[in-house]
Ligand binder design. Structure first.
Ligand code: 5GP
Ligand code: ZN
Length: 114
C-alpha cells in the first residue's frame, strides 16, 4: 500500500530496528516503547486490521504467534510473562492500519488494560 508506514518499514524505506525477518513476517522495535520489551510483529502482506484477515491468512497469522514465542524466549520474557496485543479499529486505539501484533514484556502488566 502506497502510503502505509509499516509497508515502508518492511521495504526499508523508513529505518527501523529490525529484530526478525522471514519471507512472510517482519518484526521491529516500537518507536515509543510501553514496556522494556516492545516489539511489533507484522505480516509483509498488507492487511488493514484484524477484521480483514481471511481464511487465506490463517497460516500467516498462526506463524506470527510462533515468531512471538521465539522472540519472547530470545528477549528473556518467556518465563516472566508477556502480552501479545492486537488493536482493531477506533475504540481499541489502533493508529496504524497495517495489522500488527504488539509483543510487550519485561514489567508487570496491569489488568484490565485500560
Ligand atoms: P496501534 O496503536 O496502531 O496498535 O500501534 C501502533 C504502534 O506503532 C505504536 O505503538 C507506535 O509507537 C508504533 N509506531 C508508529 N510509527 C512508528 C514508526 O515509524 N516506527 C516504529 N518503529 N514504530 C512506530
Ligand atoms: Zn502496509
Amino acid at each position: 500500500m502506497g502510503d502505509c508506514i509499516f509497508c515502508k518499514i518492511i521495504k526499508g524505506e523508513i529505518p527501523s530496528k529490525k529484530v526478525y525477518e522471514d519471507k512472510d513476517i517482519f518484526a521491529f522495535e516500537d518507536i515509543n516503547p510501553q514496556a522494556p520489551v516492545h516489539i511489533l510483529i507484522v505480516p509483509k502482506k498488507h492487511i488493514d486490521k484484524s477484521l480483514d484477515a481471511t481464511d487465506q491468512d490463517k497460516e500467516l497469522i498462526g506463524s506470527i504467534f510462533m515468531v512471538a514465542n521465539k522472540l519472547a524466549k530470545e528477549k528473556g520474557i518467556a518465563e516472566s510473562g508477556f502480552r501479545l496485543v492486537v488493536n482493531c479499529n477506533r475504540d481499541s486505539g489502533q493508529d496504524v492500519f497495517h495489522i500488527h501484533f504488539h509483543l510487550l514484556g519485561g514489567r508487570k502488566m496491569k489488568w484490565p488494560p485500560g
